[in-house]
Design a protein around this ligand. Structure first.
Ligand code: SF4
Ligand code: F3S
Length: 112
């Protein structure tokens, strides 16, 4: 199994998750992060760290699309291992529905 980042990370990007990952398998887009499913060791320590509750195990229902989403962008974006400021609109956007359709950017983040 793996953990994956899901919809509510988009337009928030709190980044608390990256500091606890023992294998540095988070990758940064302009306004979201993803986890590389083949690098994640399923330790689960990142899940409770996310203020937006965006990190889920792939054992939950309907996670296939998010596993593929995480795989695709983790191969395009740079690795991130240092916590940064959340996006300015994070608090306002936290919990909105369909953030993938409304806000997602395919552009890479800065990483690091
Ligand atoms: Fe990293 Fe563990 Fe989270 Fe996987 S479950 S992304 S290994 S902290
Ligand atoms: Fe995103 Fe949550 Fe990490 S909002 S950046 S998965 S702490």
């Amino acid at each position: 199994m793996t953990y994956v980042v899901t919809d509510n990370c988009i337009a928030c990007k709190y980044t608390d998750c990256v500091e606890v990952c023992p294998v540095d398998c988070f990758y940064e887009g302009e306004n979201a992060l993803v986890i590389h499913p083949d690098e994640c060791i399923d330790c689960g320590v990142c899940e409770p760290e996310c203020p937006a509750d965006a990190i889920r195990p792939d054992t939950e229902p309907d996670m296939e699309q998010w596993v593929e989403f995480n795989r695709k962008y983790s191969e395009l974006w740079p690795v991130i291992y240092t916590k940064k400021e959340p996006l300015p609109e994070a608090e306002e956007r936290d919990g909105e529905k369909d953030k993938l359709g409304k806000y997602f950017s395919e552009a890479p983040g800065e990483g690091g």
